[in-house]
Design a protein around this ligand. Sequence first.
Ligand SMILES: Cc1ncc(COP(=O)(O)O)c(C=O)c1O
Length: 655
Amino acid sequence: MASSTASNPLETKSALNRKNPLLDKWSVEQAADLYGIKNWGAGYFDISPSGDVMVNPQGKPGHPSTSLREIVDGLRERGWDMPVLLRFEDILASRLRLINESFAKAISDYGYKGKFRGVYPIKVNQQQQVVEEVTTFGKQFHHGLEAGSKAELLTAMSYLDDPEALLICNGYKDAEFINLALSARRLGIQCVIVIETMVELPLIIERSKALGIEPIIGVRLKLSSSGSGHWKSSGGDRSAFGLSTHQIIQAIDELRRADMLHCLRLMHYHLGSQVPNIRDVRNSVVEAARTYAGLVKEGAPMGFLDLGGGLAVDYDGSATNFASSCNYTIGEYARDLVEVVMTILDEDGLEHPTLITESGRATVAYYSVLIFNVLDVSRFAPSSKLPDLPDDAHDYSKHIHHASKSLTRKNMQEVFHDTLYYRDEIRELFKYGKVGIRERGVVEGIFWTTTQRIAEMLKDEKYVPDEFEGLNVAIADTYHSNLSVFQSLPDIWAIDQLFPVMPIHRLNEAPTRQAQIADITCDCDGKIDRFIDLQDVKSTLTLHELEDDKDYYLGTFLVGAYQETLGDLHNLLGDTHVASVRVDEDGKFEIRSEIEGDSIADVLEYVEYDPKEVASRFRRRAEKAVRDDKISSRERKQIMEIYLRNLNGYTYYQS
Ligand SMILES: Cc1ncc(COP(=O)(O)O)c(C=O)c1O
């Protein structure tokens, strides 16, 4: 047992509260480094000198920006509770411009003879606002849409009214899907039916002859190259969709027999979403361009080469080929695609096709920010002061107390072993009824206080023994926060995706706590315990101490892609409020549209309850309680008011 009587930090001034000269010098620049905002913010997000996260929707220095904290205050004044999803229309516009201008520049720099036509895949964020914005703002670039189902196609047919824009139909198609796509042709929409599986081809031929409408046909190539990262299985020989080269030849022969080879105009492939490595992008386009050239040589008129999605977002800001990052810019992506296609087609003297990309994530990820408030903090070491032991405490309790008091930098390993040992012994004794709950509680408190003290000491040590690895995580605080990971950030739970998370204010103050975030579902997976880092993935996030009676807001950034409609109703926590925000020339924000989040009645309806029936069942129950003299009629009135208020209220924590 450790018995050093050297200076005892627990009895003198706690090192936790000791003045740390670094904290005195804290600056917003340090906050920017800590949270990496300049790396992943892509110019849209930064920190003001007063410590607020600022959004600059144009993404350009010198353009107006506004404080997220002020937007949240404005929403609260209007009676909104958290969590809230903020959408910035101008960011979406800026992304569309960036993608289109990057390709335009690459085309002009290389002297490529074809055009660029982007299409936005509706599945990435199907919200009406997004599709409307893409088709309205994207019109100047003839930016089109990609539909992967009948529902998406119906939407696209109603929103896309630019005859020069493309409407690409991917996904598994039945006769009605094909009828719809052919009808779109009649209306002058450049609608391309992409053959995903061989069974679709006879259906397309039959439907087109029956309706007397010539389709624009595309084939989806199953690449033999595959990317890396979370979504790599979308590409490669084993991918679910697309035709092998063998099947492509069959399709050509079948179209020729049906006298429809002249309808084959497009070749498509999709390597997978979020392709972090530019080498994979390059490898795949080489294979695709060769196949495209082969199709032309087979006699198909072609003209369009669709390079699919995959343009990645640098979520962690590391600019590497890590799954949450990417080692290239949009400019490099555009240049590589243009250059490879041009070089390969020039070898055979073939015409340069119109290049299409289906970038979804890179178009919408930056557009939305989820803001939530922290409700409460759980700490493992409730106090930095050692609790007193009762005189009749068990010997083991006295030993752990003594060991803890003797803690110094020199003996910390020994003290750690001792406290761990006695903590476990006391737990055993508790199981056999030899010590009571209060004594066990005191011993657990001593253990965590000691562990916390050791973790503090380790911060200054050059060498950290293996057994202390992960100690920081073990003692991290839990910040209970007003959100549902399953509803708002499903990819964190489902595929361990990383998103930048950080406070949106108080960034001029040094954050001092290591924390993980727990949501308000009662599911142990409802947490955020992996955070972005330049070198690695962090297990804790550095946050500020909560201040009494003051809100503390965190933001999860870059959540515009895939999160909204993939979210589910775990614990019946529904859609959050959504505010669409615009920033004017003076940096003032305007709330352009407000979409109220689900009420409890709404989510009950989703799971097939009739809220009126639910309420009347409860009303009958309350009435019976009056009849049985359990409550008075006045109490019934009060109970019914509470019940109905909640039924129509927000599903999240309301302050
Ligand atoms: C066929 C197709 N195109 C485009 C996309 C969009 O990909 P991303 O969001 O990576 O741009 C997807 C999504 O996986 C897809 O399946």
